[in-house]
Ligand binder design. Structure first.
Ligand code: HEC
Length: 270
């Protein structure tokens, strides 16, 4: 590549990045901030192994799709307010926060019908040790994590009714979160491997459930997007190609699904 081509593609890249940035910024009042300034550790018992349900839960926790179209538009997931299951003390939406780390969730900004006509931002709580902090939320009327999680999605954000798999997985992930003990007992468990993450597709393949396959495969692709870097780029693009082939097999030759999935997984083992 000569220099002009390089600088041209760089300019194009920067343009795309700033465009994507301004797109989400367009939907938020100026002065707002939804990402945390520092990286927050995910405190999980180092001996607890990830499984298909907890991995799916982690992916859902990071996906704006769970919370509905408003959240998708501004790129907001559970993880934006509760990064790594803790609290984003930098979170601020002009007009909905009174100081960083607070938010008014009973405002029509989130969903028609939730407006309580008062500016009442509350501090975003940490979800560490959520297994022992019931009853949940400011009102403390919902005694269980599944019930409160459904309330967050449907009542607060106006998101789509979560199916059982979604609720179970989100709750399973939140139950892993531990509080700080000061003795390093709970340290960040290893991030699930790509191979283990691909396994969230298995139940849909087994059940020949194409909707569930589509949902979980887009969650998987979102995760690839979060983890992509210059070293794994080629391999990740291959995975995306294989996923597309798998989707075609689902539609055209379902009898070959297991074989096609094995091929995809074999690629990930290398
Ligand atoms: C815009 C910020 C924001 C987002 C996004 C968000 N939350 Fe929260 N969350 C809060 C605030 C504020 C509270 C406390 C007020 C309330 O809801 O009663 C809370 C409370 C909670 C609680 C109760 C904690 C306790 O100990 O009482 C749980 C559990 C929870 N959120 C889970 C989730 C999950 C799961 C998602 C994604 C599906 C999510 N939250 C998305 C801001 C957020």
């Amino acid at each position: 590549m000569n220099r002009t081509v390089i600088s041209l593609s760089l300019t194009l890249l920067l343009f795309q990045v700033s465009f994507a940035f301004s797109q989400s910024a367009l939907w938020l009042p100026p002065g707002s901030r939804t990402d945390a300034k520092t990286r927050i550790p995910e405190l999980i018992d180092k001996n607890s192994a990830w499984n298909r349900t907890t991995i799916l839960g982690k992916l859902l926790f990071n996906s704006p799709s769970v919370l509905g179209e408003k959240a998708v538009r501004i790129g907001l997931s559970c993880n934006s307010c509760h990064p790594s299951g803790h609290v984003n003390t930098d979170f601020y939406i002009e007009g909905l926060s009174d100081k960083p780390g607070t938010i008014d969730l009973t405002n029509s900004f989130w969903r028609d019908g939730t407006e309580d006509k008062t500016f009442n931002p509350v501090p975003i709580p940490s979800l560490r040790n959520a297994k022992e902090t019931a009853p949940y939320g400011t009102l403390q009327i919902l005694p269980t994590l599944p019930a409160f999680t459904r309330h967050v999605i449907v009542t607060e954000f106006g998101g789509p009714e979560p199916d059982q798999e979604t609720l179970e997985a989100l709750v399973a992930y939140m139950l892993l979160l531990e509080k700080e003990t000061g003795d390093n007992r709970f340290i960040q468990a290893q991030t699930p491997s790509i191979r283990a993450t691909a396994d969230i597709l298995s139940p849909a393949i087994e059940a020949r459930d194409i909707n569930r396959f589509d949902r979980n495969s887009s969650l998987f692709r979102e995760e690839l997007g979060r983890r992509i870097n210059s070293k794994n780029e080629v391999a990740f693009k291959q995975i995306v190609q294989d996923l597309k082939k798998l989707r075609q097999t689902f539609r055209d030759k379902p009898e070959h699904l297991e074989k096609a999935f094995e091929t995809l997984l074999a690629g990930l083992d290398q």
